[in-house]
Design a binder for this molecule. Sequence first.
Ligand SMILES: [Zn+2]
Length: 444
Amino acid sequence: MEKEIEALKLQLQLKEKENRRLKELLKIPDPDTCISHERPELRTCLTNAEIGRYSRQLILPEIGVQGQLKLAGTSVLVVGAGGLGCPAGIYLAAAGVGRIGIVDYDEVELSNLHRQILHSEGKVGMAKSSSAASACTQLNSLVQCVPYRIQLDSSNALQIIKLYDIVLDASDNVATRYLLNDACILSQKPLVSGSALRFEGQLTVYGYKDGPCYRCLYPKPPPPETVTNCSDGGVLGVIPGIIGSMQALEAIKIACGMESSFCQKMLLFDGQEGIFRTIKLRPKQPKCRVCGDSPDITELIDYQQFCGSRADDKEKSLNLLGKEERISVQEYKQILDNGQKHVLIDVRMQVEMEICQLPTDNFNLPVSCVDRDDSLASLKDHIQTKSAGDEDLPVYVVCRRGNDSQVAVQKLKNHLKSYSIQLKDITGGLYAWAKHIDTNFPVY
Ligand SMILES: [Zn+2]
């Protein structure tokens, strides 16, 4: 027994040594040791190594030695190490920004890699903040990268933001947008905000010079059910690539003492049409609750409560139906195995149907079409054909995660009132099917 313990201890030591070696190799900064509370040093001259490295931007009259020194003396906080934060972070590091903080609570997943280009297959499962920081440090060891593996919230945002000169909102949810806006106004830091969805992107700079803040434009958060994120709506990876790069550009201009192009202006990018447009925004509002003449928000509030939504993009499980209106994937598998006659409605979009489907005859009725008369008519036809004389076949509804299917069941209950059919949603949808029934079933 004692010998075994000794052997295990030895193994542990070897693993720890290997771990340290790999960390060193990947230049993964250790959050506990590298958080400097000092501002980057303001220097008066560049080293030869810096002159060589930055020569192409040093000869730009708009940058020059003074601009490069300003960059080296600037700290930028990138909130989100995802599709926007990756390109933004790497260009800030390449340009020689003195210190870059990278905030992200999440871990790298395979489905991130088509747009979050600082991570890689070997980093799946690793903290995104460390992964992004190590990529930036590998590109430019002259800059200090500080990973924060935390969820930014009212308890920590001001404390971290005060250590930085410029903040980049590279997050993906409304609660974090309000949090960053208020924290930046209270700390008097410019906020370079970006967003991307499907083929479209937006960029603006809030709280800079006399421009408006996010609250001036959007005093009230949108109803949570109207907000679409990339996980549900999809995004082409290069779109956040373009917007994130432009966030880095604006941060660099501000750091060098040039004007930002997006104070009280918003860039709208349509990647499908290849069009950039800049629109003028409404000015700063005297009645704004945080940046107005007599603000009542003088400290951070609870933003998840204010927005009625969570500060992350994790799936939220709805619970709209009673137990008798639901069926588990195991029960549904039994129905298929027994060859029991039924009707299956898949309420995903057509494009999703092409990715994967349950291995049985199913009727595609996208949840967005459930209220349409023509769709309902063809559904009724389908039910009648399937029944072929048999009374009241049970109808099961499936979707990707088990949320839309519940919404669809609720709506269909009303539309099919005259039929005495049993209508149930398949709990957890195709995710649950892939998890519990068929581990080879594709997950997207
Ligand atoms: Zn405002």
